[in-house]
Design a protein around this ligand. Structure first.
Ligand SMILES: [Fe+2]
Length: 263
């Protein structure tokens, strides 16, 4: 019989509305999707920008196995020691050497070794770090024989960069999912080599908002062209993500999730 892992992937958690939705809704969602493995992108958990040590603790105790992140992970300095000490908290792997934290981890689920990786895009991101294509390839070579399932969170803005990386690593990854835009895309599919893919899984955050923030403030910002601070608006949060079935290291089923939490 094929070895199967059911993965539940959620993100990006935005502020307290997002954290609350997960706290109340995650257990039911895990039951509904019969998930063995839960990955959550948490980089916007602390009031929309970065994570505090408490946010990491809350997400892990809510049921997350691994927390991925992205460009906002550096916003709160309190997180720096946790990036080094907490194996299950990832930052993008393509930062230069010497930066705190790590970009992948391996955990065991249903007697399978699951590698979870995190990379950051360079197109329209204002990020000039290492190439995500070369870094991704290098990590996969490094992990050869050390894991059975390979999952990548590609935190990036540009759909072209996201699809290109997915095609480049098709057949070597079990699943690659995009995060960062907070808007879920409807292009989930299985690539020819068996890699599951979606351009963006969407956010766990307030529904009546502009990517999680107060719409009025976003309108003022657009009209005035001033760098006004975006603030998370507190209303009911939607849970967005993916439910994926992986058999023998390949995706065989991929379904989008977009629902209000049921406690
Ligand atoms: Fe981001």
């Amino acid at each position: 019989m094929a070895s199967e892992i059911r993965a539940l992937i959620l993100g990006d958690v935005v502020g307290s509305p997002g954290s609350r939705a997960l706290f109340f809704g995650l257990k039911t969602l895990i039951k509904e999707t019969r998930a063995d493995l839960i990955i959550v992108n948490g980089e916007n958990a602390a009031s929309g920008f970065g994570m505090m040590p408490d946010d990491v603790h809350r997400l892990l105790t809510s049921g997350a196995d691994v927390i991925t992140s992205g460009n906002h992970i550096w916003q709160k300095k309190e997180i720096l020691p946790v990036l080094d000490s907490e194996e299950r908290l990832l930052r993008p792997a393509n930062y230069p050497p010497g930066v705190p934290g790590h970009g992948f981890c391996i955990l065991e689920k249903k007697r399978q070794r699951v590698a979870v990786m995190n990379l950051l895009g360079r197109s329209r991101m204002g990020f000039n770090g290492l190439c995500p294509f070369q870094t991704g390839k290098k990590i996969l070579q490094q992990l050869q024989g050390k894991a059975d399932v390979f999952i990548l969170d590609f935190h990036a803005e540009d759909p072209m960069e996201k699809e290109a990386l997915a095609c480049y690593l098709d057949g070597q990854l079990s699943l690659i999912f995009g995060t960062h835009t907070h808007i879920q895309t409807a292009d989930e599919r299985i690539l020819p080599g068996g890699t599951g893919y979606i351009t963006d899984i969407g956010m766990v955050g307030p529904m009546d908002s502009v990517i999680g923030s107060d719409p009025q403030q976003s309108i003022r910002r657009s009209l005035s062209q001033l760098p006004l601070k975006m603030e998370v608006i507190d209303n009911e949060a939607l849970i967005c993500g993916l439910s994926v079935v992986i058999q023998d290291g390949k995706t065989v089923q991929i379904d989008r999730i977009r629902q209000f939490p049921e406690s």
